[in-house]
Design a protein around this ligand. Structure first.
Ligand SMILES: [Zn+2]
Length: 531
């Protein structure tokens, strides 16, 4: 008898629907799968029959043919097991015809003991199934928390722990409780994960730079000797970025789920991610790749922070590969099976020592590098990569007064409030100018036209820019970067002064002298780099 049901197959971060058509005819036992299955799908026969036998499901002898449609797309992975089992049971009459398999979707891997194992991309597949109009979605019990985000509007999600439980539910002998509503917005407390800004002593300049970077979405480079707190401050940046929205949380979870990194009990990623790949990491692991394309670190950092410590040690290839994703907010990987695009909207935070030994300009250690060594070390960064970093800031070691100061400094929450207000202001401005595409409200994304429209300077400011450029020997490219940062500083200033956020192209007011001066200070390292 012919039966039809559905499953989903993961491709990149998205999943496409797969119809499972199963035909079983009473005959000598045989089993065949057609429709571009990969090796893991072909092997499902062993898992399904042994798993069913262990679970006490008796499948009568039959000639079984399974067709996976669309036939022209390759289906990968073991997540199809559960759907094939359901279709097979229906074809053989193990589950009754009253069971509407054509409204259902199944995914999960079967073990030889009949247990249903967790799969990668459960949320992604459940969302695709719900979008396709399927109303009953069966997922591995361990994937239930994440997949339940697809519930609601008549869509029910069932968590299955073993094959016997599923068949018994289908036969009406027992009942698996369904999740019928998506979880409430579950945001984790980021201060528990990353710590709080109030724990950082001193470093007021670096803290200010980081606040500006967060407010404008600017990429930032921290330069300082070992022990100056570069990692400590970087790790806390997610705590001052605007709160993750529900939509962003789902997007981020999809990437983590597709890469199999989600904990069973974590469900939805409720905090901005912070990823700190080591410089020895391969380019593929950094930007994504592999035979079956998997998201790389830059995609795992989507909606969060990518932290590259010891920045000059990253190889040229990796830095090259970062350029396009930094510009586009996503990364495309081309494989024989097709093109996969992973999202990669992150804030880049880089840290480095001022020289190879780390102690150039330090009070605590003695630098053993020659002047040429220092120049060479810094010049490793010259070129296109630095063009994408708006803010550079030096972090000296703390002096004794700062170290012995016991008063806690400002909390992440206080800083985050200012950051959020500045972003709102930027969003209002972009919206008024008909630039609704600036969904993130980030000044760092302004192109030359936007800069002309939103960063007008008066004569005084122009004079300062002119003389500084001559004195600091800044490049033409640095000009735009200074203006973008000055815009963010002016925005922060405006909201700190209690300015009202109005929907106008002039929202936030003009960039003033002090804003330009501060923005120029954020490029203090340009003199070392060959631009
Ligand atoms: Zn040195």
């Amino acid at each position: 008898m012919l039966s039809v049901t559905y499953t989903a197959s993961l491709f990149g971060v998205d999943a496409f629907m797969v119809a499972i058509e199963c035909n079983a005819v009473r005959s000598l036992p045989s089993f065949e799968i057609v429709g571009l299955p990969d090796l893991s799908v072909k092997e499902s026969k062993q898992r399904i029959f042994t798993g069913a036998y262990s679970a006490g499901i008796s499948i009568p002898d039959a000639e079984v043919t399974v067709n996976l449609a669309p036939a022209d797309r390759r289906k990968e992975g073991s997540a199809l097991d559960l759907g094939i089992l359901a279709a097979l049971c229906r074809s053989c009459g193990v589950i009754p015809s009253s069971c509407k398999l054509e409204n259902m979707c199944f995914f999960g891997e079967l073990s030889f003991t009949g247990e249903v194992r967790r799969v990668r991309g459960a949320l992604n597949m459940a969302l695709s199934a719900a979008n396709a109009g399927l109303t009953e979605i069966f997922v591995p019990k361990e994937n239930l928390i994440e997949a339940s985000a697809a519930a609601g509007n008549g869509v029910k999600i069932y968590g299955v722990s073993n094959a016997a439980e599923l068949v018994s539910h289908m036969r009406g002998e027992s009942c698996i409780t369904a999740v019928t509503e998506p979880p409430e917005k579950v945001m984790s407390d980021m201060r528990v994960i990353y710590g709080d800004f109030s724990q950082i002593k001193g470093q007021s300049r670096a803290k200010r730079a980081v606040e500006i970077a967060a407010a404008g979405g600017h990429n930032i480079l921290l330069v300082g000797p070992p022990g100056s707190g570069k990692s400590m401050i970087s790790k806390r940046i997610p705590t001052i970025l605007p709160e993750l929205t529900y939509a962003e949380a789902i997007e981020t979870t999809k990437v983590h789920s597709a890469s199999g990194l989600l904990d069973a009990d974590c469900g939805i990623v409720g905090h901005r991610p912070f990823r700190a790949p080591h410089h020895s990491m391969s380019t593929a692991a950094l930007v994504g790749g592999g035979k079956i394309p998997m998201p790389g670190e830059i995609s795992l950092a989507h909606n969060g922070v990518l932290f590259l410590d010891e920045f000059p040690e990253f190889n040229k290839g990796a830095m090259e590969a970062l350029r396009a994703p930094l510009e586009d907010g996503n990364v495309t990987i081309t494989r024989a099976a097709g093109r996969v695009t992973f999202p990669s909207e992150f804030m880049l935070v880089c840290a480095m020592n001022p020289c190879r030994c780390g102690y150039f300009g330090s009070r605590r250690g003695t630098c053993t590098c020659t002047n040429t060594d220092v120049k060479n070390y810094l010049s490793k960064l010259s070129g296109p990569m630095l063009d994408r970093i708006d803010i550079q800031v030096e972090m000296p070691e703390l002096d004794f007064t700062e170290l012995s100061n016991m008063t806690p400094s400002e909390s992440s929450e206080d800083i985050r409030r200012r950051v959020e207000a500045a972003r709102q202001l930027a969003r209002a401005r972009f919206r008024a100018a008909g630039r609704a595409d600036f969904a993130l409200g980030s000044n760092a994304k302004m192109d030359t036209d936007d800069i002309r429209a939103f960063c007008k300077l008066d004569d005084d400011c122009l004079k300062i820019m002119e003389s500084s450029f001559k004195r600091m020997n800044l490049s033409a490219r640095a000009y735009d970067r200074v203006l973008r940062v000055a815009r963010t500083i002016a925005d922060l200033d405006y909201v700190a002064g209690g300015g009202e956020i109005t929907s106008s192209v002039d929202a936030g007011g003009r960039i003033g002298k002090k804003h330009i001066m501060e923005a120029l200070q954020m490029r203090s390292l340009d003199k070392y780099f060959k631009n």
